[in-house]
Design a protein around this ligand. Structure first.
Ligand code: EPU
Length: 340
């Protein structure tokens, strides 16, 4: 039987981060079976080392080499655990491609993931920052997460409530050294109402001449929107939105709106969510470039690597953007990807 993991010393990470910045890891392990994790983590060369779990590296910025163990969970498989005709409970392993899971669910006649089509990355990364797009977050259909808990050395199954999901946040993001996600379970419906209210979705369906949309039509519309509005990481290095949309108190929002009537504002559970892209564009950063580090011409929230930018250069550009938004609007931006 082939080994359930491979271990490489002094491994290049260039191909394992979608910014495509150069960085190296002391050790890189690719694990094809979740059961192999306890054995791997008990190896003397590995024990006690700082740990970083990577999927496709589509939400991470390396500002330097990583002195520790990088684990890539490459275990694959998607199965229907239970299907009562109206809905199905499915399980997907962490190493599956996210968009592959979305498309698979649609071919099974299951909906709920269509608005999340084409989000880069693997299934195991989806719960970490509670991926979301076009008015939907993965937490809405997620039932549970299987993960290896490094503090106890045991595999556990966490319910949705235990995952502590919030906007782009979860217990996995809060304690990144603790959890290694190995699989997720979702409940998907056969006949749920489609979510078409996010700006641009209905217009895109109309442009496709679709009058009675199916979930697959919605996924196609979302793909068209994303391809048009966001730079493609296969073409130009990026990690999607570089900052979270800031959530600010209602009172502060009113003051900002009075001073800046064009500022897009969305409802959030604990205040109002402001458009970080609008704030950044207003400070003049959209399309900015210095050397190979820049801000996308397509979307002000996306930092891009035009070729040979280092992570440190991108991070220093991010700091300048954050300071200028703070200076002009008094709003604090927080990075969305993990900064290492
Ligand atoms: N806008 C600008 N300038 C720009 C782009 C957008 O002013 O260059 C303004 C527009 O007014 C637009 C508003 O910002 O109406 C919102 O833009 P968009 O619909 O693109 O959404 P976003 O808030 O910028 C969020 C997610 C994206 C997700 C989109 C669509 C975050 C941090 N980002 O972006 O997620 O694709 O909504 O749902 O919440 C990601 O997380 O990596 C990501 C790409």
């Amino acid at each position: 039987m082939s080994s359930p993991y491979t271990l490489i010393n002094d491994a290049p990470l260039d191909r394992h981060n979608s910014f495509r910045v150069p960085a190296r890891a002391t050790l890189l392990a690719e694990v094809t079976a979740a059961e192999a994790l306890p054995g791997l983590l008990a190896l003397p060369a590995v024990r006690g080392k700082p740990l970083l779990v990577l999927g496709d590296g589509s939400n991470v910025l390396f500002t330097r080499d990583f002195d520790g163990l990088v684990i890539i969970v490459a275990a694959c498989g998607i199965e229907i655990l239970e299907d009562d005709g109206a809905s199905a409970r499915i399980r997907a392993s962490a190493g599956e491609n996210w968009n592959g899971l979305v498309r698979w669910s649609l071919t099974q006649g299951l909906c709920g993931l269509e608005n999340l089509a084409l989000i880069p990355g693997r299934v195991g990364a989806a719960p970490i920052q509670n991926i979301g797009a076009y008015g939907v977050e993965v937490a809405e259909t997620l039932l549970s997460v299987e993960a290896f808990d490094r503090t106890t050395g045991k595999s556990v199954c966490l319910s949705r409530e235990q995952c502590g999901f919030r906007y782009r946040d979860s217990v996995f993001k809060q304690q990144p050294e603790r959890w290694i996600i190995t699989a997720i379970a979702l409940r998907l419906q056969r006949n749920a109402p489609l979510k078409l209210d996010y700006a641009g979705v209905r217009e895109e369906l109309a442009a496709m001449s679709v009058t009675q949309p199916t979930a697959t039509n919605v996924a196609d519309a979302v793909c068209r929107l994303r391809l048009r509005k966001l730079p493609d990481p296969a073409v130009i290095g990026n990690a999607g939105s570089f900052f979270k949309n800031p959530v600010v108190a209602n009172e502060e929002t009113q003051k900002l709106q009075a001073a800046h009537p064009g500022l897009p504002v969305f409802n959030a559970p604990d205040g109002k969510k402001l458009s970080a892209a609008w704030l950044i564009e207003s400070c003049g950063w959209k399309g900015f470039r210095e050397g190979d580090a820049g801000v996308s011409e397509k979307h002000a929230l996306v930092l891009v690597n035009h070729g040979k930018a280092s992570g440190a250069q991108l991070w220093s550009l991010a700091a300048r953007i954050r300071d200028s938004v703070q200076g002009q609007f008094g709003v604090q931006l927080e990075p969305e990807p993990r900064i290492l």
